[in-house]
Design a protein around this ligand. Structure first.
Ligand code: ZN
Length: 338
């Protein structure tokens, strides 16, 4: 049996032990943290190309087009220049949260932009340019309510409200044609903000792939944007309204245009698919060579299919850098002597 003094000694010892152990045990427990805000899943990803310009890719669209969209920030004009607007965020990812390009630009932080959205809170206004009217580049609904939508003035009937469902290929795909009232821009005109401030970009008519195809030239950054006129590693697809001879003339005009720039060898080219920040002259010249090889019979047809009431033929370089899919009629027309 413990004496009273021994009992108090034991109690004192246990109290010291508890005070000694408990604080260290407590600090070893993980500190409860507020769980990080759930990252929203987006139909788009953005990457910086230059000081002013970002590439936005619609990454997992149901059409497998993966269109390239270019977003140029021009704070001095309080304007964002958007070149093409993709196919509307229709994603294979059913859990995607952000399907609107405008919402992406205004609310989603971009790592290459210091974690901030490209146009945070929509503080800057927009000018939208469509490189051509195909369905995978023209979902402009979110912008058309308050922003100018620019297209080529080369063939107003081609982009008219009456013809857009057919020429955009929306009718063929059974999807809704976007409704918007474009401003048609003449060849070589500079692009301005909605309030008339210059954006440092010039619009060039480059018909061939389609009659309304355009290119943009950013003089300061020596960047050429050519839409679907050409790109690498995927078939360049001409619709029935395309014209290969006209395409060749446009590519020649682009080569001449780059040659007269202040630094032709460092100019870069950016397309509507797959090709971005590549050497402009080299890409233009090699794409033209491939097309000439097709017309001269040096490249043989690899495949024929029937679509939209026509026989489509496919040509492809060994290695696959350039390939072409178009109505066979276009190749025959381009080969025929004038
Ligand atoms: Zn396209």
């Amino acid at each position: 049996m413990l004496l009273l003094a021994e009992f108090f000694t034991w109690i004192f010892a246990i109290a010291i032990l508890v005070c000694w152990v408990l604080p260290s045990g407590t600090t070893a427990l993980p500190i409860p943290r507020t769980p990080p805000k759930a990252k929203r899943r987006c139909a788009f990803k953005a990457y910086r190309l230059t000081l002013s310009t970002f590439l936005v890719i619609e990454v997992n669209d149901i059409y497998s087009e993966h269109p390239y969209i270019y977003v140029k920030r021009v704070p001095e004009a309080n304007t964002i220049l958007v070149t093409d607007t993709g196919c509307g965020g229709a994603s294979n990812d059913r859990k995607v949260d952000i399907t609107s390009l405008r919402e992406f630009i205004e609310t989603v932080g971009v790592e290459d932009n210091g974690g901030r959205p490209l146009n945070e809170g929509g503080s800057m206004r927009y000018v939208v340019v469509l490189t051509h009217c195909h369905y995978d580049h023209i979902r402009v609904e979110d912008f058309a309510r308050d922003s100018p939508i620019l297209q080529s003035s080369y063939s107003p009937s081609f982009v008219s409200h009456a013809n857009l469902p057919e020429h955009s290929l929306c009718a063929d795909l059974g999807i809704r044609t976007p409704l918007f009232k474009p401003t048609l821009v003449p060849h070589l005109d500079p692009i301005h903000s909605a309030t008339g401030a210059p954006l440092g970009v010039r619009l060039l008519h480059t018909p061939g792939h389609t009659p309304d195809e355009i290119a943009l030239w950013d003089e300061q950054e020596q960047m050429l944007y050519v839409g679907d006129t050409l790109y690498e590693w995927e078939p360049i697809i001409f619709p029935g309204a395309g014209n290969i001879r006209t395409w060749l003339a446009s590519v020649d005009a682009l080569i001449a245009f780059v040659m007269q720039s202040k630094s032709p060898q460092t100019a870069l080219i950016n397309s509507g698919h797959r090709t971005a920040v590549r050497p402009a002259l080299e890409v233009l010249q090699t794409a033209k060579s491939f097309m000439m090889d097709v017309l001269l019979g040096k490249e043989g047809p690899r495949n024929r299919t029937r679509r939209r009431g026509e026989v489509y033929v496919e040509y492809a370089q060994d290695g696959g850098r350039y390939s072409l899919r178009c109505p066979e009629r276009l190749v025959k027309e381009a080969r025929d002597p004038v």
